[in-house]
Design a protein around this ligand. Sequence first.
Ligand code: 5AD
Ligand code: SF4
Length: 434
Amino acid sequence: MIKNPSADIARIKRMIKDKKSVYIRTFGCQMNVADSLVMKSILSDRGFEFTGNLEDAALIIFNSCSIRDHAENRMFSNLGLAMKKNPSAGFILAGCTAKRHGSKLFKRFPRLGAVSAPSEIFSIGEIAEKVIGGGMGIEALAGGVYGFVPRVGDISEYVVIQTGCDNYCSYCVVPFLREGEKYRSAGDILREAECLAASGTKEIVFLGQNVNSYRDENEGDDFPALLRRASEIEGILRIRFLTSHPKDLSPKLIEEFKRNPKLAHHLHLPVQSGSDSVLKRMNRKYTSGDYLKILERLRESVPDIALTADIIAGFPGETDKDFSKTLGLVRKADFDGVFVFKYSPREGTESYKMNDDVKEPAKKERLTAGLALAKELALKKRKAYIGKKVEALFENDDVGHSSQNYLVFKKGAKAGEFGEVVIKGVSGFRLMAE
Ligand code: 5AD
Ligand code: SF4
C-alpha cells in the first residue's frame, strides 16, 4: 500500500479511473475556439474523455492567446493556479503563447509537459499520449498542415478556411505566431461543411485571420466563389464569416451579399483608427475615407447589413485629436457594435520599436470614451428593430441570433428553429421576440 503516492503514480491511477480525462480551457479569439474543437475531436477519436472540472483531469490543455499583454498574463496566472490545484495532471500549453515563448516556458512552469504551436493542432493526439504517459519538455513548434477531422456539429459551427496572416499591421503579433497565410482547399472545406450539415448543423461560420484574401490554389475559387458553393449545401441555412480586412473587401463580395440569400447580413470589418496618420503608422493600407466608402457601398447593396469593428485606443503617437477622429468615424459609420482595445506593445512587431508615449490614464480615458459610444450606438441600433421582423436561427432553446448577429430571445423557441420573428422589445443588448 502506497501511503504517499508520487505525482506519477497518482496520474496513472487517475488515467485508469477516468479513462484519460482531459480538461481544455480556451483563451482568445474564435480561431482558438475552432482550434480547441479540432483538438477535442482528435482526442476523442483516441479515446480521451472530457471533464469540465480541472481537478478531475489527467491531462490539462490551455489553448492560449498572446494578442495583448493582459490576455497573456491572465492565462499565465490561471495556468499556475491549475498546476497548484491539480499537481498530478499532465499539462500542455497550446496556441499563440506557446509559440511566442517556446521552451523558455519549461523553466517558468516546471510541471509543463509540452508546448504546442497553433499550427500543430493536428499533432495533439501524439503530444497528449506522450504527456499523459509522463513525457516532459516536449516541443511542437514547427508547423504542420491543416487537415480534415470529421466531427458532429452543433447548430452553428466554425469551419476554418485560412490560417495565418500576411498583413503585418504594425501592432500585431499574429503574423509571427500563426505564420503566413495558408488556404485550405475548397474541396476540404466543403466536405467538412457537408459532414457538419449531415450531423445537424444549420449555420457555418467561415474563419480565418483574413478570409477575403481566400483562394483555392488549385481549383482557383476565390472567397465569393467559396461562399456560393457552400450555400448550395443542403441543410446549411446561413453562412457567416470573419475576419475581413478592408483592403481586400472586393466589389465581387459585396455583389455576393446582394445575390446570396444564405449570407447573413453582418460584416465585422475592423477599422482600428479614424486618423489617417495613425492608420498609416499601423500599416493598414487604407484611409478613413476609403473605409467609409466601403461601408456606403455595402449599405447601398444590403440596407439592413449590421456592421461591427475593432478599434485600438492609445497607439504610439496618437493624440487626443487623432482619437476624436476615431470617435467621429465610429459615429459616421453608425456601427452596430465596436470592440475597443487599449494598445498593448508586443515584442517583435514594428510598433514595438515606436515610443509607447500615450500614458496609461489617457489610454484608459480613450478606452472609456470608445466603449461609451459603442454602447450608445449598439442600443440605438437594437431599439430601431422594435416592431420589425428579423430572421432568427435558434442555437439553443429560447436563444438565437438574428441575421445581423444580434442576440434574440424568444420564450418557447426550440433549438434549430429558423425563420422570421417579430421584435417586441429590447432587454440589455438582446432583442426580445414573439
Ligand atoms: N494592442 C491592442 N489591440 C490589438 N489588437 C491586435 N493587436 C493589438 C495590440 N497590440 C486588436 C485589433 C484586432 C483585434 C483582434 O485585436 O483591434 O482587430
Ligand atoms: Fe493582425 Fe492585421 Fe493580420 Fe488582423 S490583419 S491578424 S490585425 S496583422
